[in-house]
Design a protein around this ligand. Structure first.
Ligand code: ZN
Length: 520
């Protein structure tokens, strides 16, 4: 009795803290969608206040004593008397709460404030530096930020590499030792596939995608696809923003955004599907455990697996377009009426090396991630100097993709991440691709008629499968435990490479030499 009463007290305290985070999230969503441009400064203050309140509540003596009733506050180990009295779910709840509490506790609030301020300044300088193509202007800020991140790693503690501490923020449990061989193997296959595609006589006609398409009709079509995927508009909404994103305040209010360009059909379409995948994850979380780690998503990698599964495994598949293409043709009869499904399917799946990550295709995207991973690892470990970054960047992009940026805006300055101190974030994009392929393979095994259903526009079985296998668990399992539970395998790039080989072998008419096939 005493146990459940004090667990309830902990849960309701966590919920209260979550209300502050969610209020901040509403303000952030508003900032990206409807806020008048003149109120940026005060919004930043409002957000900082809410975040500080939430942080202070989390590291408070009250939480420490509520949590201390269940775990050793120094180590996070569940106290012997509770190891049998708490079920697995409750043990996961206290274990994950302790993780959040102890990480927050390790960072002095003066450090958090300074980092916050430094990031906010660096981000503004980055915007200007990118605009004027001037890395030197951003250099002092970047140097200071990297100093802060090394300090953060020291506060948090790590084994082997300070980068592990930063990676752990976004992908709990992931390490450099795990990523290095995983990425190295993947890179070999990607470069080989890219070579085969380069040598193929097949030339997709991507100009059909860059005709003029009415933007209202594009957004309406995106909304139609979202509805069909099972995204619930009574518990979410679609708006426009400069960069598409998903945010959630509760499973009953998980919102997505997209962007739309007159002469770029894939942009709005695939960002709707991508964010829809994120949105379904948020809507599929347990409302019962709202406010606790069991009502939260596992990691950025698992989050990205949900968006990539829908965007690539589903949204760029033949079956998907067998169903949707006639509808798209009806929406844009002038532009697509005479374009055959095969031609459209090839165009939306075209592969080509490019300079800009966010415009990259399904295959080369991961090479962009590896460049960033290798660079940020070296810079955090202090193996290279920050002022060397533009040259290192250009050399690596040339080596992996065979293209060279003509300026830093196309190179080292292109991403916002480093400007707000998000080191260790990039690898989660590729992890998402790998998890997505593994999950989709398992979904196909579990549902023999999956492809047939997709071809008929019936996405319900897939959505329910994801709800059941992934979404509803919150943080009860770690990413690696979840993948193991669902697929029976540990993380591997096998499924992802197999999919790419099959798809692009068919599209670009090459076959994979048996020697380079991955053994099952
Ligand atoms: Zn995403």
């Amino acid at each position: 009795m005493a146990t459940s009463a004090s667990l309830d007290a902990l849960t309701s305290k966590l919920r209260e803290i979550h209300h502050l985070h969610d209020a901040a999230a509403v303000l952030s969503w508003d900032q990206e969608t409807y806020m008048p441009s003149g109120s940026g400064a005060i919004r930043a203050e409002q957000l900082a206040t809410l975040q500080t309140l939430a942080h202070n509540q989390l590291v408070s003596l009250e939480v420490e004593s509520l949590l201390g009733a269940f775990v050793d506050i120094e180590t996070g180990t569940v106290l012997p008397e509770h190891q049998s009295s708490l079920d697995d779910t409750s043990q996961a709840l206290v274990r994950e709460t302790w993780r959040d509490f102890s990480r927050a506790k390790k960072l002095p609030s003066s450090f958090v404030n300074e980092l916050e301020r430094e990031s906010s300044i660096a981000q503004q300088v980055w915007v200007e530096a990118r605009k004027t193509n001037d890395f030197q202007r951003f250099l002092p800020n970047l140097e200071r930020l990297i100093g802060f991140k090394r300090k953060e790693a020291d506060y948090l503690g790590y084994t082997d590499s300070p980068y592990n501490a930063l990676l752990d923020t976004f992908e709990p449990g992931a390490t450099v030792a795990q990523l290095r061989p995983l990425f190295a193997e993947l890179r070999t296959h990607l470069i080989r596939l890219l070579d085969q595609i380069r040598n193929s006589p097949v030339r997709p006609n991507t100009s059909i995608l860059t005709q003029s398409f009415d933007t209202t009709k594009q957004v309406d079509f995106g909304r139609l696809v979202l509805k069909q995927m099972g995204y619930n508009f009574q518990r979410g909404r679609l708006d426009l923003s400069a960069h598409p994103f998903t945010t959630s305040f509760h499973p009953t209010d998980a919102r997505v955004t997209t962007r739309v360009f007159d002469n770029d059909l894939p942009s709005c379409l695939f960002s709707c599907i991508h964010e829809g995948g994120h949105g379904l994850y948020e809507q599929g979380l347990s409302a019962r455990y709202y406010g606790t780690p069991l009502g939260e998503t596992i990691s950025l990698g698992i989050h990205e697996s949900q968006s990539r599964l829908w965007e690539n495994s589903v949204g760029r598949s033949q079956a998907f377009w067998k169903y949707f293409y006639p509808k798209l043709q009806q929406t844009f009869p002038e532009q697509l009426g005479a374009v055959q499904l095969d031609e459209f399917y090839l165009a939306i799946n075209h592969v080509g090396p490019s300079l800009i990550r966010v415009e990259a295709d399904e295959l080369t995207y991961n090479l962009h991630i590896m460049v960033r991973f290798e660079i940020e690892l070296e810079v955090i470990e202090g193996q290279v100097q920050v002022d060397e970054l533009p040259d290192i960047w250009n050399a690596k992009i040339q080596e992996y993709l065979g293209v060279t940026p003509s300026n830093d805006a196309e190179g080292v300055l292109q991403d916002v991440h480093w400007s707000f101190g998000a080191f260790g974030y990039f690898p989660t994009y590729t992890l998402g691709n790998l998890y997505a392929a593994m999950l989709f393979h398992q979904a196909k095994k579990d549902m023999a008629d999956l492809e047939q259903n997709i071809g008929q526009g019936n996405f319900q079985p897939l959505k329910i499968w994801l709800n059941d296998r992934v979404h509803r668990w919150g943080r009860q399992y770690s990413a690696s435990e979840l993948i193991q539970r669902v697929t029976g395998q540990t993380l591997t790039s096998e499924a992802f490479i197999k999919d790419l080989e099959e798809k692009y072998g068919n599209l670009y008419q090459f076959s994979t030499p048996p020697s380079s096939k991955i053994t099952p």
